[in-house]
Design a protein around this ligand. Structure first.
Ligand code: CO8
Length: 263
């Protein structure tokens, strides 16, 4: 089982089909060092291969932070001509593995989500913030730029104008402003509980259809409209050939709840 896995800086709890992955370095506000990034990539791979898990919630230990960024003390000590680039690639890889998961991934943001922490939230499908959450990309205050795909994912999510404002000013925003710009989907006093509710709602639907929606959006965002529509038609064709589609339509006509089997 997933929750029997031993990680240094992560914990995984599994309740039925919903897994909760917690970044657990409360002494450093859950900052992402190299070990944590590697563990995130490893955990994502294990989750991707576990048919028992239907949804993933990502969160941070303690109530002060989701994740306060890349580990600044580790960054400060990195040496060598490729150290920065390699660290960026390591982080990007972890983010990609999470983003590519075929199941819904929800970020529950209870406090600070800064720098690499916000980038981690950006690779999730849905973000839920507590009214106490503080979000921002402060990398330029350190003489850096976001390096875990934030310069790419943030403009795709909220538009280049708003993304550039956040990245250039390095200002922190609260949950309501994040909600108004579409950076988070919901504001809830208990973001973890709300994340469970949203996960429950999603996993009532066909798991293959869920993974195909994610794939269509992800691949579509990486290409132009015409190519994106071709991707959509191909994936639609795949969904149309599943027994889940037959079950979904039959259940509708028989006025009962569908029982999807993911095939
Ligand atoms: N890295 C390492 N340690 C951290 C980090 C961090 N990002 N954030 C907090 N900590 C540590 C503090 O050093 C402190 O440790 P200690 O108790 O040993 O002194 C502990 O966590 C608690 O933090 P504070 O005492 O600072 O708590 P405050 O409530 O006073 O402040 C803040 C909270 C405002 C969140 C403050 O901690 C802060 O500003 N943190 C840094 C935020 C930041 O700048 N994050 C961006 C980092 S850069 C980044 O993410 C780049 C990503 C791309 C990298 C590309 C790789 C090449």
């Amino acid at each position: 089982r997933l929750d029997e896995m031993e990680f240094e800086n992560l914990t995984i709890d599994q309740h039925g089909p919903i897994a909760v992955l917690t970044v657990n370095r409360p002494g450093a506000l859950n900052a992402l060092n190299g070990t944590t990034l590697s563990e995130l990539a490893m955990a994502a791979e294990m989750i991707a291969n576990d048919p028992e898990v239907g949804a993933l919630i990502l969160t941070g230990a303690g109530d002060k932070a989701f994740v306060a960024g890349a580990d600044i003390s580790e960054l400060a000590g990195l040496e060598g001509p490729f150290a920065g680039r390699d660290m960026s690639l390591l982080g990007q890889d972890a983010m990609t593995q999470i983003s590519n998961l075929p199941i819904p991934v929800i970020a529950a943001i209870g406090g600070y989500a800064l720098g690499g922490g916000l980038e981690l939230a950006l690779c999730c499908d849905i973000r839920i913030a507590s009214p106490r959450a503080r979000m921002g990309l402060p990398e330029v205050t350190l003489g850096l730029l976001p390096g875990f795909a934030g310069t790419q994912r943030l403009p795709r999510l909220i538009g280049a104008g708003r993304a550039l404002d956040l990245m250039l000013t390095a200002r922190q925003i609260g949950a309501e402003e994040a909600l108004s710009m579409g950076l988070v989907n919901y504001v809830a006093d208990d973001p973890l509980q709300k994340a469970r509710e949203v996960a429950e709602q999603i996993i009532k639907n066909g798991p293959l259809a869920i993974s195909l929606v994610k794939e269509a959006v992800r691949r579509g965002l990486a290409t132009d409209l015409e190519a994106g529509m071709e991707i959509e038609a191909d994936l639609f064709g795949m969904a149309f050939a599943t027994s889940d589609f037959k079950e979904g339509t039959r259940a509708f006509l028989e006025k009962r709840k569908p029982e999807f089997r993911g095939e």
